[in-house]
Design a protein around this ligand. Structure first.
Ligand SMILES: CC(C)(COP(=O)(O)OP(=O)(O)OC[C@H]1O[C@@H](n2cnc3c(N)ncnc32)[C@H](O)[C@@H]1OP(=O)(O)O)[C@@H](O)C(=O)NCCC(=O)NCCS
Length: 350
């Protein structure tokens, strides 16, 4: 984990009926390459009246000239190019500026949403930022065709809508919204957008089919075909396939402690699953679930037993085929004789 995370973003917040912030959309989150950039902005805002909890609710008219001040301070081409977007943000009802200097656990909704945006904008990779306690920080929200609604406000808002002959379509009730309502990263295909949560990191060239799912703080490094589940904390290497209905074990519940990952050029077969880090070039037979502690017969190329080991103990060996011997029932793995035939045509058109 990094101890510092220099980042800032202007955003538009949604508030509940009580006036509390329930979510934030940041169109242009920025990871500051130069430490002094964020520190200068922090200093500017402290001089102008202070920053509480790492964010500042801006006053639409009064704070408009801050952009020029920040532009003068930052002087990067990237920031200058985004000035018009930020001015639009400042015309909204609830503009906000959030700043991050230390990579502490998020303590409020603007900070939590900034971290989720950094992941989905591919500015930081899964498992590299501190998300401890994020479930406790985020509110349970009804994500609707009329935007985010605090679940506690739902009946009142439904009634208001009906009185105006409108209806509220609730797309999901969850702490995390779907990623694509905040950012669609370049070069991805997502067949069912509700299956990818904000905070997912989707590499360029990834296709996620209807059965695929990607949690927050998880994702793919580059080209990948995802028809299975990528649980929180799991990262999939370049050119790998996750077959239909397969699963990567998460560590959020159920006592799993192994950090699960998938290497490059791997294939996890349909309805298979892993609970350990899979090395490059490995295949898991369709329907076979291999947990970290599964005892495996490690075979040589001739099919002779080398040793019995737990899957996690041989997780650094590349190019293995894991399968359940259909005659003996034992899980075994052997070197792959021919390279995995990942569907090249499919991958080249991701
Ligand atoms: C494990 C897998 C990769 C093996 O495929 P393969 O290398 O083509 O193997 P084959 O089916 O040609 O089998 C090779 C030999 O091993 C035997 N064999 C295969 N699986 C076996 C098993 N589980 N137990 C015992 N023997 C097995 C075959 O009978 C064959 O024997 P032979 O040499 O006497 O003819 C394949 O079965 C698989 O599960 N692929 C995943 C595909 C998938 O799910 N893709 C995602 C789609 S959404």
């Amino acid at each position: 984990m990094n101890n510092s995370l220099h980042s800032y973003a202007f955003g538009i917040a949604t508030k509940n009926i009580k006036g509390e912030i329930i979510e934030v959309y940041y169109p242009f989150p920025r990871l500051s390459p130069c430490n002094s950039e964020v520190l200068k902005i922090v200093e500017l805002f402290e001089n102008l009246g202070g920053l509480e909890n790492g964010y500042l609710q801006l006053q639409t008219t009064k704070d408009h000239n801050y952009i020029q001040k920040i532009n003068d301070l930052v002087k990067t081409q990237e920031f200058t190019e985004q000035v018009s977007v930020i001015s639009e943000v400042l015309k909204s009802e609830n503009p906000i500026l959030t700043l991050q200097v230390e990579d502490n656990p998020p303590t409020n909704i603007p900070q939590a949403f900034l971290k989720l945006h950094l992941l989905s904008h591919r500015l930081v990779k899964p498992n590299t930022i501190n998300l401890d306690g994020i479930f406790g920080v985020l509110k349970n929200i009804a994500w609707t065709n009329q935007g985010a609604i605090d679940v506690e406000d739902l009946s009142e808002r439904q009634l208001d809508a009906r009185k105006k002959c409108e209806s509220i379509d609730i797309i999901s009730v969850d702490k995390f919204p779907k990623m694509t309502n905040y950012v669609v990263p370049k070069g991805v295909r997502i067949a069912d957008t509700s299956r990818v949560r904000l905070g997912a990191y989707i590499g360029e060239g990834t296709t996620i089919m209807h059965e695929g799912f990607v949690n927050f703080n998880a994702g793919t490094e580059g080209t990948a075909m995802v028809e299975g589940r990528i649980s929180a904390g799991v990262i999939v290497g370049n050119s790998s396939d996750l077959g239909g209905g397969c699963s990567t074990m998460g560590t959020l519940s159920g006592g799993g402690t192994e950090l699960v990952s998938v290497g490059e050029n791997c294939l996890i077969g349909a309805n298979a699953g892993i609970g350990f880090p899979l090395a490059d070039g490995c295949i898991v037979e369709a329907g076979l679930y291999v947990t970290a502690g599964t005892k495996v017969n490690l075979l040589n190329e001739e099919g002779d037993l080398i040793k019995i080991a737990k899957a996690k103990e041989i997780s650094e060996i590349k190019n293995l085929l894991f399968r359940r011997n259909s005659l003996s029932g034992a899980v075994e793995c052997a070197p792959i004789k021919s390279a995995v035939n990942l569907n090249e045509e499919l991958h080249s058109h991701n």
